[in-house]
Design a protein around this ligand. Structure first.
Ligand code: SF4
Length: 341
């Protein structure tokens, strides 16, 4: 086995993705003959989700290693807010106050603002102020909805690595906390999300939410394999800053959770094994199916994908009958890249 930090898919922009680092350092190197047909060494939740969303996009990222733009503001904001919460929960419960969070955020931002991912945003003074305002709005929303003083952390940023249903699985759990309602080694698996909270009221959102919950359920399955804890609940906590019509900011929160039982674990294992098998089949055939849809508007590989480009052009030219708006947002990156706006 040869290791190489400049393999396709191992660009410096991905150094924050620990799963990607492992993948880069543990895969074999092929002769330089087009695409790399080696299977990935591990499947992470983000890789499994991307495969489901669009196998071709997964292929471009993980196999072809096509360059991607640096992370945008939402991803950079998520990194910042995650770290503030991690440091907050490292304090004694009574000390986990909003004032302490503000102090952590202020001190951390001094070094965070020097990082490459933040610098790449190219913010001037006003945009930097707005970034900090948004981050604090999200953290305030967390305090308004959740109770950090009641959290009993077992691990934060916990790396899990296990074979789940025959799949080499790797991931990082944001928070593993004791489940006081059960006791013993019972734990709750929590992942933070700083994106838009899920809609739980619409029937069509059930499938999307079930897909989202696979991530903490896969973590729970990995923990079961590792035999160190007994997960009882898998959940996603959402807290974010949303823009208001008048340009202000408002905190939004949400939660998705599922009991960890044999049925839920079994379904998650089956789904993980299915995606891993499909990935293997794609590696054998040397191609992956395109799954065009509205998310093509945000795909960094659209100019490499005839199906995706056609979809963006089609949706851009159509009007949503209900809203009267174009079916593809004019500010979608692919719309701009294709020169449609
Ligand atoms: S443009 Fe669309 S179909 Fe093509 S790879 Fe990207 S998400 Fe998939």
């Amino acid at each position: 086995m040869v290791t190489n930090s400049v393999l396709p898919g191992c660009s410096p922009e991905r150094i924050n993705d620990l799963a990607a680092i492992l993948w880069c350092f543990e895969r074999t190197v092929d002769p330089p003959s087009g695409h790399n047909d080696q299977v990935t060494a591990y499947l992470s939740p983000s890789g499994a989700s991307l495969w489901k969303q669009c196998p071709r996009r997964w292929w471009f990222r993980y196999v072809e290693g096509l360059p991607e733009p640096p992370p945008g503001e939402p991803a950079v904001m998520g990194t910042f807010v995650h770290k503030v919460l991690e440091d907050l929960l490292a304090l004694a419960p009574a000390d986990r106050t909003p004032e302490a969070a503000r102090q952590i955020a202020t001190e951390y931002f001094a070094s965070f603002s020097e990082r490459g991912d933040f610098q790449a945003l190219g913010f001037d003074e006003a945009a930097t102020r707005r970034f900090k305002h948004k981050a604090w709005t999200a953290i305030s929303a967390y305090f308004a909805e959740f109770a950090p003083t009641e959290v009993d952390p077992v691990h934060q940023e916990m790396r899990v690595r296990a074979e789940v249903a025959g799949v080499p699985f790797f991931g990082i759990i944001d928070l593993l906390e004791r489940d006081g309602s059960v006791g013993g080694d019972a734990v709750i698996v929590t992942d933070y999300k700083t994106g838009t909270p899920p809609d739980t009221t619409k029937p069509w959102s059930a499938e999307q939410n079930a897909e989202k919950l696979l991530q903490p359920m896969w973590y729970a399955a990995a923990l079961m394999e590792m035999g160190e804890h007994t997960p009882t609940l898998a959940r996603l906590l959402y807290f974010t800053a949303a823009e208001t019509a008048d340009g202000g900011l408002v905190g939004r929160t949400g939660k998705l959770s599922a009991t960890v039982d044999d049925d839920a674990l079994g379904a998650a294992r089956v789904e993980l094994a299915l995606r891993w098998r499909q990935i293997g089949e794609a590696q054998e055939t040397g191609s992956a199916e395109a799954k065009p849809g509205v998310l093509c508007g945000w795909c960094p590989f659209v100019t490499h994908c005839a199906e995706g480009e056609a979809e963006v052009r089609r949706l851009h030219g159509e009007t949503n009958r209900r809203t009267g708006q174009p079916r593809m947002r004019a500010d979608a990156p692919a719309v701009v890249e294709l020169g449609l706006s």
